[in-house]
Design a protein around this ligand. Structure first.
Ligand code: G3P
Length: 215
């Protein structure tokens, strides 16, 4: 399973990249706003800064919600850097835009997916990635991981190549379960990735080894 980091924070992206386990980055307008990135030219520059920090795909989201607007914005984003993946919302014009970019050989990430039917449409349009938001489903008492399981089965039934990119990942068990079910990618906050490192028996075992090494 690929590990993406879900942030626009350059320090966190660099920390994950330096660990050697990072396969890509996802951003969204809320994550950009959280970093205080405002104004079109600053936003575009920030995407380039992210691309220059990593070696994998970087999802950059369009703001337009009409077909022509998404095409114009998406083409400008794709022109920024070879690592850019155009992130497009799961709406009717979004599906049309994904089809357009697929035919042009531009990578896409279909975002805001909350049902298996939406995932099927994204795959039919040829999306490179499709992002079900598992944490937000859990927030409304719906099993986000169950959705990943359903989509895995549907995609495998027909050999769809669209990658299941589990998003809205909140904690390490989400990551472990996504890997067990067979998600292709999990995009995670840095805290969830580093939480995978932790085990009290590792800490106590290491303390014992270090103490014994002094004897
Ligand atoms: O990848 C989507 C993500 O940024 C949404 O996460 O925690 O706001 O539901 P969250």
């Amino acid at each position: 399973m690929k590990f993406f980091i879900d942030t626009a924070n350059l320090a966190q992206i660099k920390e994950a990249q330096d660990m050697g386990v990072l396969d890509g980055v996802t951003t969204n307008p809320s994550l950009m706003a959280k970093e205080g990135i405002k104004g079109q030219s600053n936003i575009l520059k920030h995407y380039v800064d992210i691309c220059n920090l990593v070696t994998g795909d970087v999802s950059a989201e369009v703001i337009a919600t009409d077909y022509e607007g998404m095409i114009k914005e998406g083409e400008a984003l794709a022109d920024l850097h070879e690592r850019i993946v155009v992130k497009i919302p799961m709406i009717k014009d979004g599906i049309k835009a994904i089809k357009y970019f697929t035919e042009k050989g531009i990578k896409t990430n279909c975002t805001l997916v909350f049902s298996a039917g939406q995932a099927l449409l994204a795959a039919k349009a040829g999306a490179t990635y499709m992002s079900p938001f598992i944490g937000r489903l859990d927030d409304v008492s719906t099993d986000g991981l169950r959705l990943i399981e359903d989509i895995r089965q549907i995609y495998d039934n027909y050999g769809f190549e669209t990658q299941i990119l589990a998003a809205s990942v909140r904690h390490p068990m989400h990551i472990i379960e996504c890997a067990r079910i067979g998600a292709d990618v999990a995009t995670c906050p840095l805290s969830a990735i580093t939480a995978l490192l932790k085990h009290p028996l590792t800490d106590s075992g290491l303390a014992q080894f270090l103490a014994d090494a002094k004897k």
